[in-house]
Every structure is written in C-alpha cells, then in structure tokens.
Design a protein around this ligand. Sequence first.
Ligand code: UD1
Length: 425
Amino acid sequence: MAEQQRIVINGGRRLEGEIAVQGAKNSALPLLAACVLCGGESALHNCPRLSDCDAACRILECLGCKCKREQTTVTVNASVIKGTEVPTSLMREMRSSIVFLGPVLTRCRSCRLSFPGGCELGPRPIDFHLAALREMGADIEEKHGYLECTAPKGLHGARIALSFSSVGATENIMLAAALARGVTEIHNAAREPEIVDLADFINKCGGRVSGAGGSTVAIEGVESLSPCEHRIMPDRIAAATYLCCCGAAGGELILTDVNSGDLRPITAVLEQMGCSVYSYGKKREENNIFINLHRPLISPGTIRTNVHPGFPTDAQPPLMALTTIASGTTVFVENIFENRFKHASELTRLGAKISVEGKVAVVTGVKSLSGAELVATDLRGGAALITAGLAAEGTSKISGICHVDRGYESIEKVLRSVGADIRRI
Ligand code: UD1
C-alpha cells in the first residue's frame, strides 16, 4: 500500500544525466474528462502513469466508458454513457473530479456528484463552476452533500465573467460549452498552458474554441464531437521539480520533452539563484533544457505565486526547499491557496530556517541541511521534502508517499537514473 511506503534518501549525491519529462497531470485530467464529449474511441498519448489518472479512468468506467491503457497511451471509448453519477469515494480521492461535471451535464443533461469539500491546501470552493453552469441553463441543487444537476433542454451559451482566473472553472465551462447551443464567452479566463492543450483537443474533435491562452475564450457549441488522437503536453511542474532537485543536489541535468517557454517563470528564478539554464531543441518550441549548478546558491529575493504567466503555486514548495540552502533571505507570498506552507514545518526538521505568517513565508538560507524523518501531507509539499532530502547530509525518510504518487511517475526511479541515492521501502 502506497500509504505505508516511504522514500529513503541518502543526500549529497550530485545529479547528472537526462530525464524525459512525463506528460502533464493537470492536462491529462481535463482531457480524460473531455473524452466524455466524444461519441467514440479517443486516444490520449503521453498520459502519465499516476494514481490521479487511474482515478479519472475509474470515473469514466462508472459512467459506462471503456478505458484501456497501453504504456503511456490511454484509449477511452465513450460511445455509450450509461451512468451520470460520480461516486463519493472517487470525488474524495481526487478533488479535481469536479471537471467531469461540465462534460457529463452537457452530454447527458444530468449529473449527480458529491460536493468535493476542502482539501489539504485549505478550502477549495467550486462556486465559480456552479455559477457559470447555472448561467448556461443548468438547474443545480445542493442537497445533503450532493450536487444534483439537470439541464432538461440542454445547456446554452452565456457570457461568463470570472472574478478570479480559475483553471478548473475555465476548463469546466469550456467542456460544458463545447456541446451547448450558441456561443459561450469566458472573460478573465485562466491562461495556463493546460487550457491551450484542452482547446486543441476540443478543436481536433471538431469543436470551435478560440482565444485559449488569452484572457477571453470563446466557445461555439457544436452538435457533436468526434473522437481524436492527442499527445498530452509535457508536465511543467514535474519539470520544475526536477530542476529544483538538480539545484539542491548540485550537478548537471538535461530535461527532454519539455516546452521551455512554459517553464520560463521558473527558469528565470533559477537563473537569479545562480544556476545556468539553457533551452535548445529541434522543434519550433524549444524542447530540451540543460541546467548546471554553480554553488553557492543565492536567494532570488521575493517570490509571489500568481496565475500564469506568474510564478506557479505548484512550483512554490520545491523552490522553497531549494531556497533553504541559498544564501540570504527569500520571501514567499502565496497568492493562490490559503494553506500551502505545510511543508515548511517539515523542512525545519532538516535544519531549515523558515517562519510562516498567513500567506507569507520567510526563508533564511542555511549552509547545510541534515537528514531527518519527514511526513508528506500533500503532493507538491511531498516533492519539496524529496528535493530537500537530496540536499541534506545523511539519511532522510519520507512517509506519505501516496500524495507524491498522485503527480509524479515513479519519482524515485527517475531520480535514481540520474545518480540520486533514493529508494522506496
Ligand atoms: C488547478 C491545478 C492545481 C493548481 C491550480 C492553480 C489541476 C487539476 N489542478 O487547480 O494543480 O495549483 O490550478 O494553478 O489542474 N476558487 C474559488 N472558487 C472556485 C474555484 C476556485 O474560490 O469555484 C479559488 C480556489 O479556492 C483557489 C483559486 O481560486 O484559491 C485557484 O483555484 P483554481 O485555479 O480553480 O485551481 P484548480 O483548478 O482547483
């Protein structure tokens, strides 16, 4: 059982070699949900082998779809949708299963799922999702922890202005609008690269989405969508984590299969810290990154998490791990989630100096960390502990690895392949 597994790291080994970065979890989940819209068999290539993707496939199977995985290709046959309910156990397992609401409701005209509730990052409301779907004609009742959603006449287009550029709400609206009557406009839409990947998929299936990647996205509803094949974009957060790992352990890494443009908010900070980062590649978009570390690391000053193209909140924990050994003081201002510093108290067990007050964490760099027993309580926080464990002298043992497995494909194998002394027990 992953809950009982631990990762053991003997820190201080330089990293050297090449890592082919996995497909993006945050793109795979909405794309798996998007398959519900297509009456036939779609194929998603580069789909990472993660527990969250398995959970999404189990939801698809509950709805009556047939899912098959061969290596990193997942095929989803959504010819027939038999059920319209997402079981509570799966809603609890993966909070982002709310992204199934839009596609199921627009295709089947009804959907029942349990309220996702809060999570380890603090309260995660879904009010934007629900308000938008109501504007599109959905009738949504919230009863006994369940959301009963119907749209007997189908959904219709609407002009939706989001008060915050929510990634999940933008995706849910795009998915619902793809088969709705008329045009939906999303103002103040999220601009994350994963939104562009979703728009590309819908358009390949015959949908009409324009403006993705900008702050206004327009979706013209169509009668039906046909299945297609799509390669999921590279995971920019997994890539960022491996770059931070290299910074922490020292060494030289090449990351292949990345979109270096999407990583710019992170590589710019690593450069400020004293790492050399070069992007190169054959494709139009440079698709390889080389990182080389010169010690000592220097603090990058103040890091404010923000919506894309700002510094991504998901990369804040691994970067914090790296700044614990950078000379000077680093200030983190977390603007996206209320409770995203749980890893800070664990990092202090390794000797890091961090003080947290509300949405601000102040890290004072120390010369070295020393190994300790740590507990991961969330996905990216867990990645931060592994990053720090690679830098620490001696042995670190990290439990709570099931959280890390939600977003990283065999993280210990990947890091071992580039020279880390890390294993799972
Ligand atoms: C997605 C990512 C997650 C990332 C986050 C921010 C996936 C599967 N997950 O999560 O890894 O950290 O974007 O980049 O893609 N909010 C509301 N009401 C809503 C929706 C959101 O108040 O209806 C608030 C949230 O509480 C949070 C903020 O908006 O404070 C950002 O949330 P959102 O962009 O929706 O994040 P997710 O889509 O959940």
